[in-house]
Design a protein around this ligand. Structure first.
Ligand code: SF4
Ligand code: SF4
Length: 419
C-alpha cells in the first residue's frame, strides 16, 4: 500500500474547488470545512508539512468520514481522496497507537476465528441479560448505556448458530461436475455471526443458479474493519490467512454477499500486501476470482428469479458504497429484484447516498453516523416501500437502526433473500 508521503501528488492535485462538499454526507450534517474532502486534504497536508501537530484532535477530524468515496467520484481533478485518508489513518495509528478497544478486538479476537467464535458464543448466550427486544424484526436494545455501543441503538442479535457452523456451510467441495462452475463462498463476520440466514439464502440461490458452491473452512475476518481503523498490519495478516485458505481449494470464482468484504477481498488485499513482491502472482490470481454475488448471479450464471414469494411487496434498493462505488455493481441487484414478478420495484431518491455506517464511523461517532442515516430513512419513507433491499450486512444493521430511530416501518432484507 502506498504510504502517505507517496501520495503527496494526490494532495497537490486538489485545486480547492469545493465540488466535494456537495456530495459529502459528513459535511451535509456538520457543515464545517474539516468534514469534507477539501478540508481533510488541507489538514493532512498541514500535518505532513509540520504546520499542525499530529494529535487526537487531528485523528478525530480524519475519522469524521464514512470512506464512502463520493468525493473521489465527484472530484474534477481525480484526487484519490480515499487512498489519502486510508494512508493518513495508518500513519496516525502508527504514530499515536491504535485505540485500546480496537487493539483488543483485532489483536486478540479477529486474528483467530476460534477465539472470536468462543467469545461471541458466550456473548450470544448472555445477550438477553444486557439487551431487550427492540422489535423491527427482533432487533435488540441495550438495557443500559454500554461502552462503544451507548444506549438506544438497535442492534442485531448474535446468532445462536453461526453460519460457518451450519450444515449449509460445512463439508468439502464435491468432485467437479462437467459444465458446472465451482464457486467458493466467503461469509464474512456480518453473515457468520449476525445473519446466518443471508448466508443460507446465498448458498440456496447459487445452487438454484446452477453453481457448484462450497464454503472453505478456516476463513477469517476480511480485515476491512482493521484497515479502516488504520491497523494495516492486522489487515495484512487477515488478508494473507484468507488467501492461504482459499488457495487450498480449486474454484472458478470466490463470491460473497457482503459488499464490504467483496471490496476487501478484491482490492484491499492487494493494497495491504503490495509491499511483498513475492506474493504478487498469488494476490492477482486470488483477486481475479473475486466477484460480488449479485454480479456473479446476473452476469455469469444468468440467473433470473423464478418468483420467490414476497407477498407482492413494494421494494426499493439502497446502494452500498462498497458495492456501487468500490466495485461498480449497480444494475445487477436491481435486475435480480425486477426479475421477481412478485416484487414491484420502486427507486428511492438518492439510492447511492451513504447509509452512515462506513469507515468505522458508527463506532467512533455514532451520533454523526445515525444523523447521516436520517436522510436515507427519509428517502425510504418517501418511496413508500414495504421492503428495503440492499447487499451488505453492515448497511442492513444501519438501516434497521435508522428505521427504528426515525419511526419508519419497513423490512430490510438482503437481495439474495428476495430472489
Ligand atoms: S473536488 Fe477535488 S479538487 Fe475540488 S476541493 Fe474537493 S478534492 Fe479538491
Ligand atoms: S469519503 Fe465520503 S464522507 Fe469521507 S470526505 Fe469523502 S464524501 Fe465525505
Amino acid at each position: 500500500m502506498r504510504k502517505l508521503v507517496e501520495l503527496k501528488e494526490e494532495l497537490e492535485k486538489c485545486v480547492k474547488c469545493g465540488a466535494c462538499r456537495s456530495v459529502c454526507p459528513t459535511f451535509r450534517v456538520l457543515g464545517r470545512e474539516t468534514a469534507c474532502a477539501r478540508g481533510k486534504l488541507t489538514l493532512i497536508d498541514a500535518c505532513m508539512g509540520g504546520a499542525i501537530e499530529m494529535s487526537e484532535a487531528y485523528l478525530k477530524h480524519l475519522k469524521e468520514c464514512t470512506l464512502c468515496g463520493a468525493c473521489r467520484d465527484t472530484c474534477p481533478k481525480g484526487v484519490d481522496t480515499v487512498a489519502v485518508y486510508n494512508a493518513a489513518r495508518v500513519d496516525a495509528v502508527q504514530k499515536l497507537g491504535a485505540p485500546l478497544f480496537a487493539s483488543i478486538v483485532f489483536k486478540n479476537l479477529l486474528e483467530s476465528g476460534r477465539i472470536m467464535d468462543v467469545a461471541l458464543k458466550i456473548a450470544s448466550r448472555l445477550q438477553g441479560l444486557i439487551f431487550k427486544d427492540g422489535t423491527l424484526e427482533s432487533g435488540l436494545l441495550s438495557r443500559f448505556s454500554l461502552p462503544v455501543i451507548g444506549k438506544g441503538r438497535l442492534l442485531p442479535p448474535l446468532a445462536r448458530q453461526f453460519f460457518l457452523e451450519t450444515s449449509e456451510a460445512r463439508g468439502l467441495p464435491a468432485p467437479a461436475k462437467t459444465g458446472q462452475l465451482k464457486v467458493a463462498f466467503y461469509a464474512g463476520c456480518g453473515v457468520n455471526y449476525l445473519m446466518p440466514g443471508v448466508g443460507k439464502a446465498s448458498i440456496e440461490v447459487l445452487k438454484k443458479a446452477g453453481a457448484d458452491v462450497f464454503v472453505p473452512a478456516g476463513q477469517v475476518c476480511c480485515g476491512m474493519p482493521a484497515f479502516a481503523s488504520g491497523d494495516a498490519a492486522m489487515a495484512r495478516q487477515m488478508a494473507l490467512k484468507n488467501i492461504e485458505v482459499f488457495e487450498s481449494f480449486e474454484c472458478d470464482y470466490i463470491t460473497t454477499s457482503c459488499a464490504t468484504c467483496g471490496h476487501g477481498l478484491k482490492h484491499m488485499f492487494a493494497d495491504v500486501l503490495s509491499a511483498a513482491p513475492e506474493l504478487k502472482k498469488r494476490i492477482e490470481a486470488f483477486s481475479a476470482k473475486v466477484i460480488d454475488i449479485n454480479a456473479l448471479l446476473v452476469n455469469v450464471l444468468k440467473y433470473r428469479s423464478a418468483g420467490k414469494e414476497t407477498g407482492g411487496k413494494l421494494v426499493t434498493y439502497h446502494d452500498p458504497c462498497h458495492l456501487n462505488r468500490a466495485q461498480g455493481v449497480r444494475n445487477e441487484p436491481r435486475e435480480l429484484l425486477k426479475s421477481n414478478k412478485d416484487i414491484t420495484f420502486k427507486e428511492m431518491a438518492f439510492p447511492c447516498s451513504c447509509c452512515g455506517l462506513g469507515g468505522g464511523l458508527s463506532i467512533v461517532n455514532y451520533d454523526l453516523s445515525i444523523e447521516i442515516t436520517e436522510r436515507k430513512i427519509e428517502s425510504i419513507r418517501a418511496s413508500g416501500a414495504d421492503i428495503v433491499a440492499t447487499a451488505c450486512p453492515g448497511c442492513i444493521v444501519q438501516l434497521r437502526d435508522g428505521l427504528h430511530k426515525y419511526g419508519v416501518n419497513a423490512r430490510v432484507a438482503h437481495v439474495v433473500e428476495l430472489v
